[in-house]
Design a binder for this molecule. Sequence first.
Ligand SMILES: *Cc1c(COP(=O)(O)O)cnc(C)c1O
Length: 397
Amino acid sequence: MYGAVKDELAATLREIEEAGLYKRERELTTPQAAHVATTGGEALNFCANNYLGFADHPDVVAASRAALDEWGFGMASVRFICGTQTQHTRLERRLSEFLGTEETILYSSCFDANGGVFEVLFGAEDAIVSDELNHASIIDGIRLSKAARFRYRNADMADLRGQLEAARAGGARRVCVVTDGVFSMDGSFAPLDEICDLADEFGAMVLVDDSHAVGFVGAGGRGTPELFGVVDRVDILTGTLGKALGGASGGYVSSHREVVDLLRQRSRPYLFSNSVAPAVVAGSLTALDLVSGSSEARESLQANSALFRELMTEAGFELLPGSHPITPVMFPGEDGARQAAAIADHMLGNGVYVIAFSFPVVPRGRARIRVQLSAAHSADDVRTCVAAFVAAREAVG
Ligand SMILES: *Cc1c(COP(=O)(O)O)cnc(C)c1O
């Protein structure tokens, strides 16, 4: 009996629409790449998490295609029943080697990894201290545990100290500091060295979600722990295969042996959701080979990010400072949200695909266009993007 629910849902949808928050999907008619086509025409893509350009890398595609013949299409099972192929365990071992951890456990997504990790490790006698800008999946995962929750202001170490004091004063057994390695709306890094120092001082564990870093941040692409020199001090890493590492799907928790062993026994999204598809496992293994085998993609990504920052600054745009390929172009003030949206629309009309974000996704008065660079962009692509910004600013005012 759908009945009155229909009208109630329609009313909610209208509210979303009227608040300007209704999300419409633009359909691509091509693979994910630097140059894509949508049903509206061709576009240069500056809003994918395709940092290394592996989403349609020929080696990744070839490995994945070969895996369809060798390993079949689906697993039709969870891991512990009959859904573990030797390549699933190989991928877990490969991730552990790459990340410098003891063990790794795969999930269908990083959303599931974050959804399944906290409840197993932290109960009512424990405390979780979480950065206010952490990803939605971390927030949900923490909610699923019965641990006491403490929230600190984004990357604010004085506030983290205060929250750790509060957690300890509450008599918590285990305390865990939880942070994204990179904050996706700002492209800023969590100060992991300082976080690990504070965690040591308070006898706390550290969990880092490195989804926006694994594969390309740090000299070897091992992520923010490598960048901050704390590979041995981060207790639990979560991350995705759905961004730089091929961009298909899949996530992981990588950690101490006992942590991963216990997750295999108790973690609900692992126990009750299907294994990662064979072709995705094979493609992800090849993506890791590419990351380990050459620094070329990382260097192109860095060069593109630096070039974009340089040209945009020269052109008089305000950027949030940083070096991550997430580059927020700021449109501050009352009229910023409208400006950012108008500029992004104008740019798409000129074949440059960028996305504007405003309240409530980012704080009021801090509207921005988030540009994401990729190793797949050429220097000319970057120049085209900057020229489109300049043209849009002139047209929109
Ligand atoms: C993208 C992202 C996720 C979700 O990853 P999926 O594998 O797509 O579920 C989780 N955490 C962070 C920080 C992310 O950026």
